[in-house]
Design a protein around this ligand. Sequence first.
Ligand SMILES: Nc1ncnc2c1ncn2[C@@H]1O[C@H](COP(=O)(O)OP(=O)(O)OP(=O)(O)O)[C@@H](O)[C@H]1O
Length: 244
Amino acid sequence: MAKNSAPPRAAARRALLQLTGVSRSYGGREVLHPVDLELAAGECVALLGHNGSGKSTLLRVAAGRDLPTGGTVRFDGLAMNENDPRIRARVAVVGDTVACYPDLTVREHLLLVAVAHGVADAADWVAQVLENRSLTERADALPSALSSGQMQALLLACALVRPRDLLLLDEPEQRLDPQARRRLAELLAAELADGVAVLLVTHHTDLALEIADRVVVLEEGRIVRQGAPAEILTAEAAASAGAR
Ligand SMILES: Nc1ncnc2c1ncn2[C@@H]1O[C@H](COP(=O)(O)OP(=O)(O)OP(=O)(O)O)[C@@H](O)[C@H]1O
């Protein structure tokens, strides 16, 4: 599982994830203009921006789920490719699409992921993750019987039941109630303390303020602001007040 010894959250650490001049076009329309972004172990970058600003596109490209039109994505020195087993073993993604087996229970999903990733004591880990995600009572339910918040909890649990050095999350706060959001913030803090790098796409500014080391704001596929969360979010609040 994640490393137990927490590296210091110092500013100058080697980048684990490195995007250099990354762009993405669809049908000749550039929705992501060349972007540079780096993320170190134990660091959290929150990606903010209006609907359609390119956050999910950036996350998919960063995860190797989509190829950039230009530029390069590297994970720990390797060209990012979701098919590379060295990368799959260390990168966990909760994307913007829901994919599960309709005939496997919550527990069976988690066991499948844990065993596929070679986790020792998989049943114990699964029990712990079920507990942490408040899914114990729904462990024997099929996906069709889950509420939307429980489904989101299952997707997160699938990322947490396996080893990871990099966690890529697309709006993990979606559909969670306030208590579950609080637990999400605690969970992400624990991941960072364990040295996991977290790239978080979110519309939840309080979460970004609490968790992120850096906030990056996208507008129409371009990074328009980045820096310390408090500073950037104050600038964002002022910009939206001015727009009203
Ligand atoms: N597969 C695709 N084909 C064509 N256009 C796409 C595709 N995926 C995304 N786009 C377009 O790229 C732009 C950025 O979309 P993206 O989903 O990255 O935005 P976002 O910032 O994540 O938005 P939201 O906050 O609504 O999730 C949008 O204009 C979207 O319509």
